[in-house]
Each structure stands twice: as structure tokens, then as C-alpha cells.
Write a protein that binds this ligand. Structure first.
Ligand SMILES: [Zn+2]
Length: 367
């Protein structure tokens, strides 16, 4: 099966936060035929990750993607989200760009690359809900050390040498309940939370903007509290989404923020930023060939996988359209899927024989 047909087959499988095992089994077939040793890691009914390896070496070129997608959303789709409809260069479906095109391209490249290249394919479940599948593979010791980690998230085949980190926090304030007609007998938790939220808006990170990632950001996403109009609330909470840049330490940000806001902060998600200097040979061979790219603002499984792979240089590069992730009538470009297979093959080919220069030339030609 070619990469485009494989993308269509994957789109036909509904993997909205569940059902990833069927997708893993679909790609396990061709990988096994190509000589890969496959390990499936079931984690919940219908949900499994996959790790496939071929070749030998101390470190494996590691290609990774997630099999789950986000839900369809509330708007009506003009194209069937699970049919794999083709219209010229556009292939429609939930997950087309994010990231079934990327998974298909990396699996196809892994099948076709020289058999002596040490390759590791890592496919995860539950990425969209917080990289749970990647964390599961890391915890089970399923991963071999990597020479380089390539994440095929949608970048329209531009090589992106990192992404911001995400630190999601819950701020909770407490007070004393009382009847709404006698507020002087209570202690209003909402007033405390309101002060904390205002402080959050003005919070300064005290960090210089990163040359690729820009400045860290903070957003208060939700706020809740109170049991009724006629009661003094004794509890209120808000959730805060902090996006960090390379060089920032999440533990100290949390401590600083708790100090400024004067509240308790509970960690809901903690994914560190991912960054590899563009001078790194693995990154350079992809970055030099492409247009200048900014670091991605979205997070990826790389935050979780990288430490478990012994900290390899990491590049995000995939055929999906970055502006199509999570949208209604999501599509990807068929031509970019085929280009991505060639890009990955040039990296894999070079990995087997040390042909760095040849890979560079090949990528340049493709542009
Ligand atoms: Zn994704």
C-alpha cells in the first residue's frame, strides 16, 4: 500500500480518543512484512501503542506519530470525516493533517529504507488528551535509545527544531460559606480568586524571548465557583495554561506564580519545552533545505518521549497542514505526503551509511 492509500485507510478508522489499537494493527502488517519486530502495548480496551524496530545499533533513528484524533466538533462537515474522500490534491477526513498523513508517511519510509538502518517506529494513543500513550510507553520501558527523534506532526514538511512546553495549573481559593444576606459572616472565595486572576493577567515571566519560540505566554482558560446567588462561596477555581520556552524551568515558574497570585496551584499537565539547536547535524540537514521556520506553539509527544529515548536531537516535520489541525472539513495535501516519504527516506538512508551530505543534497532537490 502506498502512503496516500494508507492515510485513507487510517482516516476510515474512527480513532477519536479510542480505537487506536485497530490503527496500530493496520500498520503493524506492512511493518512486519518489511522485517520489523513489532510490539503492541495495549493499555485500555481498544487502545494500544506500537513500537517497531529493525536493524541493530546502540541508537535508533526514531520516527513517531500519534494515532488518535480530536472529536469532530459541533459544526456540520461537508465531507464525510471517515471516508477518505479525495478531491484533486486534497484528501479530506478527521486526522488527515493531524496526523494520519504523517503516520502513513513515516511508516512507508520505514518500510522502504535500507534494511541496515537502525529504525524505531513509535506510534502512540491519547496524544490529544495529554500524551498519555507516550507516557505509558515510557513507563513500560518500551523504547530503545534514539539517534534522532522525528515527530511527524503537521508542519507542511517544514523542519521545526522544537516547540513550547505546556504547564496547565488549577488555582483554587477557599473561604467560609454564609447566607447571602449576611456576607459579613462569611469569607468570599470568589473575591480571592478574582484578585488572583487579575494578578495572573499582569504576571511577568522575567525571561528574554527565545529567538525561535518567542515569549512565554499565560492564559486563564476557565473560572468556576459558587453554589448559588444567595450564598457566600467557600471555594472557587480557575485553570491556567502556561506555554513555556526553552530554558525555563516549570517548577520555578509554578512557585513564582503561586507567590504572585497568593493561591494554591495544582499541576494538571507538565510537558517541558523541546528544543534542539538548528546547528545540530540532524536538524541542519532538514532545516537548511526548508524555509525558515518558527518553533511550533503546539506541544507534541516529544516532551514525554525525548527523556525516555535518552535525549536525542528532535525535529518536528510532517506532511499535514498546520492550519488544518482540529478544524471542520480537515484536509491534507496528497503531494506533501509523497514528499514527506522522500524526506524521511533521505534521513533514514543517510543514517545507515553516514551519508550526511547526500541527504542534504537530496532534500535540497526536493525543494
Ligand atoms: Zn497532533
Amino acid at each position: 500500500m502506498n502512503a496516500v492509500d494508507l492515510t485513507r485507510e487510517l482516516i476510515r478508522l474512527d480513532t477519536v480518543a479510542g480505537g487506536e489499537q485497530r490503527a496500530a494493527e493496520l500498520v503493524a502488517g506492512p511493518l512486519a512484512e518489511a522485517g520489523y519486530t513489532i510490539e503492541l502495548y495495549p493499555a485500555a480496551p481498544g487502545r494500544a501503542g506500537l513500537v517497531a524496530r529493525r536493524g541493530s545499533g546502540e541508537r535508533f533513528i526514531t520516527l513517531s506519530g500519534h494515532l488518535d484524533t480530536v472529536p469532530l466538533g459541533g459544526s456540520r462537515w461537508r465531507h464525510d470525516p471517515h471516508a477518505g474522500e479525495l478531491d484533486g490534491d486534497l484528501l479530506y477526513g478527521r486526522g488527515a493533517s493531524d496526523m494520519k498523513a504523517g503516520v502513513s508517511a513515516l511508516v512507508t519510509a520505514a518500510e522502504r529504507c535500507p534494511a541496515d538502518t537502525p529504525v524505531q517506529v513509535v506510534l502512540t494513543w491519547g496524544e490529544e488528551t495529554g500524551c498519555e500513550g507516550a507516557a505509558d510507553l515510557a513507563a513500560r520501558g518500551a523504547l530503545a535509545p534514539a539517534a534522532v527523534l522525528l515527530i511527524a506532526e503537521p508542519t507542511a514538511n517544514r523542519a521545526v527544531p522544537g516547540h513550547k512546553g505546556a504547564l496547565w495549573l488549577r488555582a483554587t481559593t477557599y473561604g467560609v460559606a454564609a447566607h447571602g444576606s449576611m456576607p459579613q459572616l462569611g469569607d468570599n472565595a470568589i473575591y480571592k480568586l478574582a484578585r488572583a486572576v487579575t494578578a495572573a493577567e499582569g504576571f511577568q515571566f522575567g525571561t528574554e524571548p527565545h529567538p525561535w519560540m518567542g515569549a512565554p505566554t499565560l492564559n486563564v482558560g476557565t473560572i468556576a465557583g459558587g453554589a448559588g446567588i444567595n450564598a457566600v462561596p467557600d471555594r472557587a477555581e480557575a485553570t491556567i495554561d502556561v506555554r513555556t520556552v526553552a530554558g525555563q524551568d516549570h517548577a520555578s515558574i509554578r512557585a513564582d506564580l503561586a507567590g504572585s497570585l497568593q493561591v494554591e496551584l495544582e499541576v494538571l499537565l507538565d510537558l517541558p519545552p523541546v528544543w534542539t539547536p538548528p546547528e545540530d547535524p540532524w536538524v541542519a540537514r532538514l532545516v537548511a533545505a526548508g524555509e525558515p521556520a518558527r518553533a511550533a506553539t503546539f506541544f507534541t509527544d516529544a516532551s514525554v518521549l525525548r527523556p525516555a529515548l535518552d535525549d536525542p536531537p528532535t525535529v518536528i516535520c510532517g506532511p499535514g497542514q498546520p492550519d488544518q489541525a482540529h478544524v471542520t472539513d480537515e484536509y491534507c495535501r496528497v503531494s506533501l505526503i509523497e514528499d514527506a516519504v522522500q524526506l524521511y527516506l533521505s534521513v533514514l538512508d543517510a543514517g545507515g551509511r553516514g551519508g550526511l551530505h547526500r541527504a542534504h543534497e537530496e532534500i535540497r532537490r526536493l525543494r
